[in-house]
Design a binder for this molecule. Structure first.
Ligand SMILES: Nc1nc2c(ncn2[C@@H]2O[C@H](COP(=O)(O)OP(=O)(O)OP(=O)(O)O)[C@@H](O)[C@H]2O)c(=O)[nH]1
Ligand SMILES: [K+]
Ligand SMILES: [Mg+2]
Length: 400
């Protein structure tokens, strides 16, 4: 029996099992079994290199956004409108057959937008190009789930289920469960609060299903058995998602209003170019990008090209900022001067752990500690990077 059949069989068994206190343990075990099979399903088949289907697009810019949706909802039309990159759009399904990248220039940052083939129910099991599409979604910083405003509202749930089946978690944060495998010592189970969804026995049973006999586990919130399985599997990807209802030109105003009020949703029309600026602003907010402008000493800040940092990825401390400019900058750094909303007064002297805000201006002040240290120190303080060091080294080699 194949993996998919096995999953189907367990799903069938779960469907006909009554949900009550007595079956709770059994159902939990079945959930763990499905999770294990789904993880197996995601492993590349034996003997394959996992490459070569043309879906791997090099990351570019300060963030990556994937357009995910059923066929013919308007993904390609949207990519063309937002990026200027032509992606064929037509009234028939599966017009797009591969991954088409475009670039959005917004707020002095560059965002990579990816158009993808439409996916259908069963995509997570390999129907259509589902698996490749979902792999691209996983590599993104934000998913735009494009939906046809005139079609069934059930589509949103179906797509979410498909993405969840392969370990994507949309608009969720990781469960607050500490879990660590051990070599010996059995299972230590603790919680900081009353648990209403799982108890110790259920927890042991799930761990047993994973053949884990030694581990430390601490619930920091009233988590569910699904959360526990997510933590044990450890391969879940937590991604923000905005639900984009397109084609509002063909529905009534009441429906537009209702869709627009749903959580994490935005309504647009590509045909009428309605609300696209709002969509961009929304994307920007969700991505948590932080622009930092550098200011050379005694000069105006350089407002043409910011250093773009991210709250979610990499962080936005002064340390992250320095590492972004040059790997070796941090060790020469004395402090930075900061102008902007992150500083208490203008300018504020800040250390490496200070968190920068969007549109801050930063001046770097380097150590000059070795200035009096003969020729050697002066040489060091006037150089900015390894390239220049080696250039100068040739002309005036360091005394050893
Ligand atoms: N009425 C209306 N039609 C639209 C809108 N946006 C796109 N369409 C039409 O929807 C059809 C499908 O558009 P595509 O951009 O090809 O959709 P897609 O999601 O890329 O489709 P696949 O690549 O096949 O998955 C085309 O006929 C578009 O002209 C819109 O805002 N309103
Ligand atoms: K289409
Ligand atoms: Mg398309």
């Amino acid at each position: 029996m194949g993996i998919i059949e096995k999953i189907k069989e367990i799903e069938f068994e779960m469907a006909r099992t009554q949900k009550n206190k007595a079956t709770e343990y059994h159902l939990g075990q079945l959930k763990a079994k499905i999770a294990k099979l789904r993880t197996q399903l995601l492993e590349p088949p034996k003997g394959s290199t996992g490459a070569g289907d043309g879906f791997e697009v090099t990351k570019f810019g300060h963030g990556r956004v994937a357009l995910i949706g059923f066929p013919s909802v308007g993904k390609s039309t949207l990519l063309t409108l937002l990026t200027g990159t032509q992606s064929e759009a037509a009234a028939y399904e599966f017009t797009t057959l591969t991954c088409i990248p475009g670039i959005i220039n917004y707020n002095d940052a560059k965002i990579q937008l990816l158009d993808l083939p439409g996916i259908i129910e069963g995509a997570s099991e390999g129907k259509g190009r589902g698996r490749q599409v979902i792999a691209v979604a996983k590599s993104s910083d934000l998913v735009l789930m494009v939906l046809d405003a005139s079609k069934s509202e059930g589509h949103r749930q179906i797509l979410t289920r498909e993405l969840e089946a392969v370990g994507l978690r949309l608009n969720k944060r990781p469960p607050q469960i500490y879990f660590k495998r051990k070599k010996t010592g059995g299972i230590s189970f603790n919680s900081t609060m009353q648990l209403t969804h799982v108890d110790e026995k259920l927890c042991y049973q799930i761990l047993h299903e994973y053949k884990i006999h030694n581990a430390e586990i601490l619930f920091r919130e009233d988590a569910t058995v699904d959360d526990l399985i997510d933590v044990i599997e450890g391969n879940r990807k937590y991604i923000k998602c905005v639900y984009v209802y397109n084609k509002i030109d063909v529905i009534g105003i009441d429906d537009v209003d209702r869709l627009a009020r749903q959580p994490n949703s935005i309504v647009i029309s590509c045909n009428l170019k309605l609300n696209l600026d709002r969509l961009l602003a929304r994307m920007w907010d969700e991505m948590g990008l932080v622009r930092v402008y550098t200011k050379p000493q005694g000069q105006q800040p350089d407002f043409s090209e910011p250093v773009v940092l991210s709250t979610d990825r990499g962080g936005c401390t002064v340390e992250d900022f320095c590492n972004h400019i040059h790997r070796s900058l941090l060790k020469d750094l004395k402090y930075v001067l900061v102008w902007g909303s992150s500083s208490k007064h203008y300018p504020q002297r800040c250390g490496t752990q200070h968190t920068l805000h969007d549109e801050d201006v930063v001046q770097i002040v380097k150590k000059k500690e070795k200035e009096e240290d003969g020729g050697r120190g002066r040489f060091k303080s006037h150089t900015t990077g390894p390239a220049r060091i080696s250039d100068r080294e040739k002309k005036a080699p360091l005394k050893t």
